[in-house]
Design a protein around this ligand. Sequence first.
Ligand code: ZN
Length: 304
Amino acid sequence: MLLTMREILNEAREKRYCVAAPNVIDDRSIRAVIRAAESQDAPVIIDISRGGITTEEFYRLAAQSAAAARQTRVPVAVNLDHGKDYQACVEGIISDCSSIMADRSTLSFDENVRQVAELSRIAHAAGKSIEAELGHVGTNVGAEKEIETSAVMKTEADIQAGFTQVDEAVRYVELTQVDALAVAVGTVHGAYPKGMVPKIDFDRIRALREAVSAPLVVHGGSGTSPEDMEKLGPAGITKINLMADMIANGVLYTSRFVSEFEEGYEGLIHASTMKMKQFIDVFYQGFEDKIAEYIRLLGSAAKA
Ligand SMILES: [Zn+2]
């Protein structure tokens, strides 16, 4: 069923679990997300990024996602990820998305409040929910083209300088009336440099959960250790945005498929249509299996 993020996240906040929010890239990845949620009997949020796609493609992905959501029994919200300006956010509101995220995190506090409060009124009047960001999550080197509103985080000090402050977060939610708040607590968008694991400030999450009335969101969830994934929901995070790890798992599955193909790489490029179909299928199987694994770690399995 298609729900707003507000409905899904308020329940997650109350019951202290975290909902997976994978980005989708096409209709196959939309189906992979829904299948993962169905297999785990879990609520899920489909995030649609505007990075690298036209407005028409965005509308099509939103329509495909909403149609898939209406056809399944598990709760699904469809969300515009990182609406970077007024235009993109209004397009999100008039699309088939049930929710939007307005990212004004690089602006001053007052300007962030001013712009998001206006979008919040429009979204709510249209029956949709809205997420915004306070503090600054930023991106790893290499992912900066994906999220134009995000600055590159190179050092631990950069990451900590962007942390969300508890008192500001309380005021921000009161002034903007957003339904969910993305907070900067140690994660960064995109794949981390090899060997680096994000250091998540769980004390800050717990303090934010106590003080802030809106459900809390973590962006840049890929690369988080399994132990930390399990701790997010109980600490107070209700939604985690994920992308890089699902792509990586799809690539892992396809490279395994190639290495296990008895005629080798050369044989594969001359293979039958059926083999090529299998090759593409295994990518989406990797995408789906990773989401299912995260749903279990995040505590949202059996919560549909
Ligand atoms: Zn993000």
